[in-house]
Design a protein. Structure first.
Length: 357
C-alpha cells in the first residue's frame, strides 16, 4: 500500500460490491489494492473538482461541468504521479501547428545534447488529461528507454472536435522531424505512444502522416522519421466484442454507453466514427513502423487491442503484443502499487529504444 494512505474498508467493500463478482475475482491482489485507494479518495477528489468549478463563475453550466470533471481527474491522478524517476532536465515549450500553439513537455533522462524522441499522447477519453496527469508515466518511459519523452497537450473535446487534436499531434511530429535540433531532439529518430484515447491518436497520427500529410502541411519525409508506434489499451474500431460486453460499467465509467458518449463528444458527426483515423481496423495497415500493442485483460477495449495486433500482423508489420490479464483499463497510472505497470512501461520503453537506436 502507498505510505501515508489509509484505506477505508467500508468504502472499499461498497465499491467492490458494484462490480461483477467474476471481475473482482479476476483482479490481481495489487489491482484490488489500487481499487481500495481509489474508493477511499473518491469523495475528496469529487469535492475538489466541484470546488474548482464553483470558483469559475464566468463559465456556462456546461463549461463548469467539464471544469469539475477535469479538476477531479487531475486531483485523482496527483497521488499516482508522486515519486518515480528524476529527470536530468524537463522543459515546457509550445509548437505552432494546426492553427494553435500546442503545449509540449520534454523530459530528458540524461544530459546528452541530442536524444531520440518518443511523443506521448495522454489518455482521458479525448476530454480529460494534460501534461501533469500522465507525468510519471512519461518519466518512467524516458528513464527506462534512455530517450527524451515529449508530452503533447492537445486540445480537448467537446469544445474541440475531431480531427483538430489529431492534426495537432501529427503536426507536432512533423515539426520535430523538421526542427528537432531546436529542442535537442534527433528529428530522424521519433516514435509515438499513447494510452487509451492517446492510443487512438497514436495510430491515427501515423496513418495521417503516411496517407494525408498535406492536410497538416507536413513533409512526406515526416512519416519516415517514425521508427515505432506504441498504442496501449486503445479503441480501434470495434463496435461490439466479447470484452465490451463482459467488462466495464458505471463503476469505472467504461460501460457501453460511456464509450459511446466519449465518441459523441469527440466526433462532429456519427459518420466520422468510420474514418480510418478512428476505426483503424478498417484502414490499410501495411507498411507501418514496428508496433507495440498492450492490452488490459479486464478492459472492455481488450479485444480492440487483440484485433489490432492480429490485423497489423496480417498486413506484414513487425508487431509485439502483450496482455496483462488481471488489471483494469488505465492501469498505466498505478505504478506506485502495480508491478504490471512497471513491467509494461519498461517493455514498451525497451521496444522503442531498440528501434530508435
Amino acid at each position: 500500500m502507498i505510505p501515508g494512505v489509509t484505506v477505508d474498508p467500508a468504502l472499499t467493500d461498497a465499491l467492490l460490491a458494484t462490480i461483477p463478482a467474476d471481475i473482482v475475482a479476476s483482479m490481481s491482489p495489487q489491482m484490488r489494492e489500487v481499487m481500495a485507494v481509489q474508493a477511499t479518495r473518491a469523495d475528496a477528489c469529487r469535492r475538489a473538482g466541484e470546488d474548482f468549478a464553483a470558483a469559475q463563475s464566468d463559465l456556462s453550466p456546461a463549461a463548469r461541468s467539464w471544469a469539475a470533471k477535469r479538476a477531479e481527474y487531475r486531483t485523482e491522478r496527483t497521488l499516482w504521479n508522486e515519486g518515480g524517476p528524476t529527470m536530468s532536465r524537463t522543459d515546457d515549450h509550445h509548437i505552432r501547428t494546426a492553427g494553435i500553439d500546442v503545449p509540449i513537455r520534454i523530459h530528458r533522462p540524461t544530459a546528452e545534447a541530442v536524444l531520440p524522441g518518443l511523443l506521448f499522447l495522454h489518455g482521458g477519453g479525448f476530454s480529460l488529461g494534460d501534461l501533469d496527469t500522465h507525468d510519471r508515466i512519461m518519466r518512467v518511459l524516458a528513464a527506462a528507454g534512455g530517450f527524451a519523452v515529449i508530452g503533447v497537450d492537445y486540445s480537448l473535446s467537446p469544445e474541440v472536435k475531431f480531427p483538430q487534436a489529431l492534426h495537432e499531434c501529427a503536426g507536432v511530429v512533423d515539426h520535430l522531424a523538421g526542427h528537432g535540433e531546436d529542442f535537442g531532439i534527433d528529428g530522424a529518430r521519433l516514435a509515438i505512444s499513447g494510452d487509451s484515447a492517446g492510443a487512438v491518436l497514436t495510430l491515427g497520427a501515423g496513418l495521417l502522416l503516411r496517407d494525408e500529410p498535406e492536410t497538416v502541411g507536413a513533409s512526406p519525409a515526416s512519416f519516415s522519421a517514425l521508427r515505432a508506434l506504441l498504442p496501449i489499451y486503445g479503441s480501434h474500431g470495434l463496435n461490439d466484442s466479447a470484452s465490451r460486453r463482459l467488462y466495464g460499467g458505471d463503476w469505472d465509467g467504461m460501460g457501453i454507453h460511456d464509450l459511446s458518449n466519449l465518441l459523441d463528444d469527440y466526433l462532429p458527426t456519427p459518420k466520422d466514427e468510420h474514418s480510418p483515423f478512428i476505426a483503424h481496423l478498417t484502414a490499410d495497415l501495411s507498411g507501418l513502423p514496428p508496433v507495440f500493442v498492450a492490452a488490459a485483460g479486464l478492459d472492455p477495449l481488450r479485444d480492440d487491442s487483440r484485433a489490432l495486433a492480429r490485423t497489423l500482423q496480417r498486413a506484414g508489420n513487425d508487431v509485439r503484443f502483450e496482455e496483462y490479464p488481471h488489471v483494469l483499463h488505465s492501469f498505466l497510472h498505478f505504478g506506485r502499487i502495480l508491478d504490471d505497470t512497471t513491467t509494461v512501461l519498461h517493455n514498451a520503453a525497451a521496444f522503442a529504444a531498440h528501434h530508435l537506436n
